[in-house]
Design a protein around this ligand. Sequence first.
Ligand SMILES: [Zn+2]
Length: 161
Amino acid sequence: MLSIITIGDPLLAKTSALVPDIDADIRKLVERMFETMGTRGIGLAAVQVGEAIRLFITRAPRDQPRVFINPDILETSIEEDTLEEGCLSVPGLYTEMVRPASVRVQAWSEKGRPFTISADGMLARVIQHELDHLNGILFVDRLEAKRRKRLLATYDDKLRL
Ligand SMILES: [Zn+2]
């Protein structure tokens, strides 16, 4: 098990670097990330386990486990969805967020194969959330300032308990 860094850790605000080689070390990291995520989450970015590289994994409901290395969003829909989001780096905080309903993404698999995927529903949501991590953005950063302040204030109260 790897440890997951949480909100307030400056690494979460960093832009992750491109993965230069998809090698055995990367495949080992992917394996350990899946172990670490377990059944607690549906997505995890490498930066959350202290490796600021452009890699994330997903296991969305009713979907197979997926690995995205050096991902790029090719297209986002104009249509939006409101879904509840949470984050293993902000444990215990969940809030409804509006984001594009579907995305088309290009990335490389852990086997070094390029692929593109069109996703909607929870998978589209997880992909956007994880891509934000690679750019140093937490989901709470995307909330309107007042709402973020209010949410984090209650969050801090919970942490103090
Ligand atoms: Zn997250």
